[in-house]
Design a protein around this ligand. Structure first.
Ligand code: SF4
Ligand SMILES: [Zn+2]
Length: 183
């Protein structure tokens, strides 16, 4: 019979990732990635949470299963569904919504903004439900669920000249003549 890779593991991160060290979480996720039970484990984790108020099973919370740090939320559902190879019960939005609390430190979050100070007791959203203080856990989470990095720079090939400031020579704007003007 196939054995779960975590069968004899004593790593606490599997059962309490929110209070475990990043190193322990990293080791747990790495073990899951090599586990032959990963797909089945993701399928189980999809309904392992208990939230009676929401009227049905929810994804696992505060455990690592199938290499996902499970937070019992929609992001967990989508990450586990991807690994399990099933269609999530609620569709993944094209633009992820911001949860009220950071997925890692669980502090209350406000929308990303340009101010350095935030309302008392809140932190600024950074990306994918992680706050600005939890960038490292965010990077680890992305790696664990195979989420590609956000595209950087300009999103479509454009005429760079139109998007850059015209060149200046001693403070005076200089406009390059086009080839047919030279010819
Ligand atoms: S995928 Fe599941 S069964 Fe396998 S090591 Fe991870 S938690 Fe354990
Ligand atoms: Zn955080």
């Amino acid at each position: 019979m196939t054995k779960a890779a975590c069968n004899k593991s004593t790593n606490r991160a599997f059962i309490a990732p929110f209070t475990s060290t990043p190193e322990d979480k990293h080791r747990a996720i790495a073990l899951c990635e090599s586990c032959p039970m990963r797909k089945a484990c993701a399928r189980d984790a999809l309904t392992a949470g208990t939230a009676l108020s929401q009227g049905g099973p929810t994804p696992a919370n505060d455990v690592i299963q199938a290499g996902v740090v499970c937070c019992g939320d929609d992001e967990t559902l989508w990450a586990l569904s991807r690994i399990a190879g099933v269609t999530p019960s609620i569709p993944e939005p094209t633009k992820a919504h911001r949860p009220d609390r950071c997925r890692h430190c669980h502090r209350e979050m406000v929308k990303w903004n340009r101010y350095t100070t935030q309302p008392a007791g809140t932190v600024k959203h950074y990306a994918r439900g992680f706050c600005e203080h939890c960038r490292k856990p965010y990077a680890e989470w992305k790696k664990s669920v195979g989420v590609a990095s956000a595209h950087r720079g300009l999103r479509k090939p454009v005429d760079r000249k139109r998007h850059s400031a015209p060149p200046k020579k001693r403070g005076v704007l200089t406009v390059q003549p086009t080839l047919f003007e030279i010819g």
